[in-house]
Design a protein around this ligand. Structure first.
Ligand code: FE2
Length: 376
């Protein structure tokens, strides 16, 4: 897949050769961006930010940019058939195309990663308008997913050249979503370690946590996962692969319906998960159901928490603890008709981990849904 870094390059690993300032935006290829933008505004509380399409000189596609606090989504749809975006949607359904990362120097990011074996998606390209310039470059990652490097230090416009401000009289209130906490990729059988190596060698990430099939298995299905983090911890990409179980694993179901590897979930941080989830539910977002029995023993496992247990039980919010604190998390049902991409809502109270203590309850819940679809 990727070439192996030479020893001279490996010794440089002490220095962060790919300093990342965080997630710049997540771009989805969708069948109908106008309706998707309305959904994300209405149901998740995003605000209109920018627009590009035929009116701004982009003839073959339309993109809506929506924002909530530090969370920026771009929703893109093709205007015609016979182009790569239309092919992408035909093959995968709606899904994440770009996990775009904010950098100081997009040219250097491209050079550092491609010389270590990263496959170029886009050479450094400067986009300019009267508000300044944005430099973009990019490399391929798993499946047809791409990491773009976005350098916007010399840009003062609303989003980037080619876009105009999207003014809307429809502005639903925020639900308190703050920023991308992590993005998880599902990869094929025996592909987790090669992709771990890709993130280590090409992007200078470290493997900070590993889960094997003993950690993540139920009676029926299993998966394995390794969490990759960049140097400053702002960007975290767990990688899942299916593992043998009695029945089909949730990762296999995803790979079947997405027609390949791709982003399984985007985890979004909130400062108050109870308020955020109450709000999201009132706007029609559906979450995985957690059996009430989970809450009978959870405090024995995680100890004292600041929140009352009753609202967490009512909403189905999960709790886990590590050495540094605890976290609260919940998972939506898939956001498309295909059982592919979903969101996690997470509130960290010191914990830097990913909810290992919840895996069993979570995967049993996922399997109930999978069974209802006839895919277990
Ligand atoms: Fe997650």
């Amino acid at each position: 897949m990727q070439t192996i870094a030479s020893p001279e390059i490996s010794t440089e690993k002490q220095v962060d050769f790919l300093p990342l300032q965080g997630t710049d935006y997540v771009e989805f290829y969708v069948g109908n961006a106008k309706q998707a933008a309305h959904f994300y505004k209405t149901a998740f509380g995003f605000q209109s930010l920018a627009y590009a399409g035929p009116e701004t000189g982009m003839k073959d596609k339309v993109s809506y940019v929506i924002r909530q606090n530090k969370l920026t989504f771009v929703l893109t749809t093709p205007l015609r058939t016979d182009n790569p975006i239309a092919d992408h949607i035909y093959k995968h359904g709606d899904g994440v195309k770009f996990l775009s990362l904010k950098v100081e120097d997009a040219t250097d990011a491209w050079e550092q990663t491609t010389q270590r074996g990263g496959k170029s998606y886009m050479e450094p390209t400067t986009l300019t308008d009267t508000d300044g310039e944005v430099v973009i470059s990019g490399i391929h990652t798993y499946g047809e997913t791409v990491h773009l490097f976005i350098e916007r230090k010399n840009y003062n416009g609303i989003f980037m050249p080619g876009f105009k401000k999207w003014e809307s009289s429809y502005n639903p209130a925020s639900t308190g979503l703050q920023y991308v906490d992590h993005c998880v990729g599902n990869v094929g059988w025996n592909q987790m370690n090669p992709w771990v190596k890709f993130y280590e060698d090409v992007m200078g990430f470290r493997n900070i946590l590993s889960f094997d099939d003993k950690d993540i298995s139920t009676e029926y299905s299993a998966l394995m996962s390794k969490v990759m983090s960049n140097g400053n911890g702002f960007v975290k990409f767990p990688i899942n692969e299916p593992a043998e179980g009695k029945k089909k694993s949730q990762v296999e179901e995803y790979l079947d319906f997405y027609n390949g590897e791709g982003v399984q979930h985007v985890a979004i941080a909130t400062k108050n998960i109870i308020e955020t989830v109450e709000d999201l539910k009132s706007r029609g977002i559906e979450f995985l159901n957690i059996p009430s029995s989970y809450y009978d023993t959870v405090l024995d496992r995680v100890g004292t928490i600041d929140e009352d247990l009753q609202p967490l039980r009512d909403l189905g919010i999960l709790i886990d603890r590590d050495d540094e604190g605890y976290l609260l998390q919940i998972f939506t049902k898939p956001l498309e008709d295909r059982p592919t991409l979903f969101f996690e809502i997470i509130q960290r109270k010191g914990a830097k981990s990913f909810g290992k203590g919840n895996f069993k309850a979570l995967f049993e819940s996922l399997e109930r849904e999978q069974d209802l679809r006839g895919n277990l």
